[in-house]
Design a protein around this ligand. Sequence first.
Ligand SMILES: C[S@@+](CC[C@H](N)C(=O)[O-])C[C@H]1O[C@@H](n2cnc3c(N)ncnc32)[C@H](O)[C@@H]1O
Length: 222
Amino acid sequence: MVKKAELEILEEIAPNTFMIRYDDKKFLATKSRSKPHYGEKKYAEFREWIPYRSKLAAMILNGYRIKLKPDMKMLYLGAASGTTVSHLSDILEEGVIYAVEYSARPFKKFLELSMERRNIIPLLKDASKPEEYAGIVEKVDFIYQDIAQKNQREIFVKNAEFFLKENGEGLIMVKARSIDSVAEPSEVFSRFLSEMEENFTILKHGKLDPFHKDHIFVHVRL
Ligand SMILES: C[S@@+](CC[C@H](N)C(=O)[O-])C[C@H]1O[C@@H](n2cnc3c(N)ncnc32)[C@H](O)[C@@H]1O
């Protein structure tokens, strides 16, 4: 007799975000009305959220939580083809995600995603020039940044000055090598953190290993 696979919700992590067990497989997923976007599997209404593809999923699986609300307004810098944005779009169901990407190639696929989701506003813009999208983006509750650039701190600060609400929060994914390709990652991270402290309160930081080597997340409040 063939045993029917069973799906079980193990934990609710955030709005529409769950740890799921399906047969012997345990994984993070978002509840979604949409089809898969980047090769992830969909089990019933749950879209697998792959930590090797999304640093936010890696952070969650490493045990850290941020407070996301369904009606949040978010500015997302470095959307690429929309892997992480697709899951945030499941989570912020009644909110809006202004998502900036400056490279035309991934943006093409990202546009397809944006056409299917009413809460994503795609912007083909350079995140280091927020003045160019200041007429479109409103004040937001949260800024998420994953752009792997040497001047990523300056870019984050500039965008926060333009768009982050008082007491708003942000999350930056930092890749050591994109800031300094020769220094020890731990040195790069401690320099980055002390510079961030000049403008923000650091709520938490932590590694993204084993999913993303020599990366940290930094969660801040204005
Ligand atoms: C690591 S990928 C982002 C992956 C994506 N956040 C995800 O999890 O699905 C970094 C992206 O940032 C974009 N990027 C880098 N500098 C940028 C800038 N100044 N303005 C806009 N996008 C930028 C790159 O083109 C690239 O697509």
